[in-house]
Design a protein around this ligand. Sequence first.
Ligand SMILES: Nc1ncnc2c1ncn2[C@@H]1O[C@H](COP(=O)(O)OP(=O)(O)OP(=O)(O)O)[C@@H](O)[C@H]1O
Ligand SMILES: [Mg+2]
Length: 208
Amino acid sequence: MPIIALVGNKGGAGKTTLCVNLASALAEKAPTAILDADPQRSSLQWRELAVRDDAVAVIDAVDGLAAKVDKSRKSFVNLVLDCPPSVNAIQTAQALDLCDLALIPVQPSPLDLWATVHIEDRVEAAKQANPRLRAVLVINQLEPRTRLSQLMRQALAELDLPAARTAIRRRVAYRSSVLEGRTVMDLGSRGAVAANEIRALIEEVVRT
Ligand SMILES: Nc1ncnc2c1ncn2[C@@H]1O[C@H](COP(=O)(O)OP(=O)(O)OP(=O)(O)O)[C@@H](O)[C@H]1O
Ligand SMILES: [Mg+2]
């Protein structure tokens, strides 16, 4: 059963955005839940706005993440964990201890890139207790025409962690959908390109 954690050491990198969109895309194929382990509870807020009754369930897992994962395993095939923006947070440590896949969104900016160095250490440490852990960087808010975005690939190659080939572009659909408690999967043609990008990321990195 895939347990996917969105982790990072930088606020606003896109953890919650990827969390709700990946979970919704995974839910098209198999029962999926989000466990919100971030004290900001942004995924829970998104769920409260949701217009669709069948929107992905979000479970408050700010406390007792491991026990909540254990309990949720019985009802869901995929679990997606939203974590706080710090590798020093207890919830991030717990998530890395129990997930199969850690996805680390990074924006095409040097400051974001530098912050990922701390994650590499944490991921290495977590692998001691959790040898099945895979960690993959995901470029988020890519603007392909900017020089910084072009330099990003080169810079990522210097890091020890692999980066997904599929990058997530900066798109209005990601922002506006969350406001409505939706995801890009619910936007029809307005969200089609973004939805395909999310599905491509799943295809590339998630082993079901
Ligand atoms: N690919 C994208 N295109 C456009 N806007 C995006 C994209 N990804 C994220 N955003 C926007 O960037 C902001 C930060 O994203 P988000 O809240 O998902 O980050 P986060 O890592 O969960 O933040 P935090 O660390 O505070 O939990 C939000 O306003 C979100 O709508
Ligand atoms: Mg968040």
